[in-house]
Design a binder for this molecule. Sequence first.
Ligand code: GAL
Length: 456
Amino acid sequence: MKFPKDFVWGSATSSYQIEGAWNVDGRGPSIWDAFCQIPGKVFNNETGNVACDHYHKIKEDVVLMKAMGLKAYRFSISWSRILPQGRGEVNEKGIKFYSDLIDELLANNIEPWVTLYHWDLPLALQLEMDGWLNKDISDVFAEYAQICFEHFGDRVKHWITFNEAWVVSILGYGQGVFAPGRISNAEPYLAGHHILIAHAKAVKLYREKYQFLQKGKIGITNNCDWREPLTNSKEDKEAAERALEFFLAWFTDPIYFGHYPKSMVERLGERLPEFTREEKEMLMGSTDFFGLNHYTTMLASEAKEVEQGSVYGNGGLSEDQDVNLSMDPDWELTEMKWAVVPWGCRKLLEWISERYNYPEIIITENGCAYDDRLINGEVNDIKRVEFFEGYLKECSRAIEKGVNLKGYFMWSFMDNFEWASGYSKRFGVHYVDFNTLERTPKTSAIWFGNFIRTNS
Ligand code: GAL
């Protein structure tokens, strides 16, 4: 495998999944705090109240990062820790927490990559303004972003506005399986629209007021699985293309071309809002890199009969796409029942490169859940090592083929709260005992550490 010398090797987490300390030092509640309180929404009715208690363990965790040789660490800021009501008064203790974390990382030569929104919207904004359904929230987001640029931008050189607008829109406003738990076939497209505008506003602000001084980069991270046509038929090839458009191009075409994909415009009619001229201009080119989270692959075929409201396999709202998804029975599955298909990652990287003219791509998440066990002080997660090896090989092949891939962050740095799955799915390269909160590096952490050392 060959990677450029300046390649960014990192690992990622998100605030609600690891921090805990949900009501400590002035933090306000988020929609995930509320969602977890509703019996039946999360496996075992678990919550992120304590999670990995990272809030109280930043020194210990940075020591583990350093031991792995990580060059970069991607984390997200809990909006309601900074602004307990989402806007208005700033919580200085929240500012101090992130400021200390950033200092600790830099003191250990680890670059902070900061995500502003990884799903934990301040609850006050959900109650007062219906969250992402309200257009005005884009200004509220930009104000929050400004506070972050102001306080941390002297040290943070990589910003990500949003993590996975698709998940927020589809799982939060379409299927209702993630906070805020709404079920609708129109709201996802409205929420997604407002997220895009919020992203563009924050980027505009950063570029106009901070970028020339702070010299950082700003972008957005979107998620996409690969969709391989089930057969060679024209219909299935078109179905796979359409599925990718409804997944990824939904959020990236507006940024690169200023409009939504034609397939979406044609099929969604009035459910898909339009951008004003000013918004289009603001969106175009509003990312300095292409952040990508990638986990799996499915086969796509033209749907003769579409299951209404089908939620199968991260398909989005299938009835809008006329796509059926399936899996090759030979594919190995992870604990999430996601297939391990490394070549799908390369194909997706190539698809992005061709569609968007070879942008700089950063894989901001890639990883897998397994049923890891701590035995005699060790966690032998050899399956995870094989997963990373397979995916990294295909990344290296993609680079050989001209893909401008510049970084890779493994998900996740440690086992954490896996949203609606609670603590039942372990994605981390560090094993966390959720009773004692003790961390143990898994075989994969040791392997990745060696990999970084030999590849940089
Ligand atoms: C991503 C998400 C992460 C993590 C991961 C594994 O969609 O950004 O927070 O949960 O999936 O499911």
